[in-house]
Design a protein. Sequence first.
Length: 126
Amino acid sequence: MKTQIQNLVKLLLDLHKALLGLQRKQYEKKNGQIQSNNDYFNIVVNHEDFKWLRSLSQVIALIDEEGEQEIINEEKVSKFLVDLKKMISKKKSDDFSAHYQFAISEDKNIAKLNSELKEKIKSILI
């Protein structure tokens, strides 16, 4: 299971990076180019436009942390994955879901990563 979690975390980080990139493009359209990595970091952490991504960041951190444990608590991992599955579901109507569904429709790479993520979650939960 450790390898599955590590692969999942890598996929989640790739997805997160792609979502950040898309959000950055949208931010820069409205506000102009971000001047430095430090400015970008501060905007990601503090600006309202990036707030929706924080819930995904938290889930990634929790899954990664559990994957680093000597003995993995499979029940805990299953709960995180069920929560993640609900989070990325089209059925939800919260801020994250609205932004996430827009990102999927806007970016083919994000759509591909989303499909891979759903498959990965399914394979681990079996």
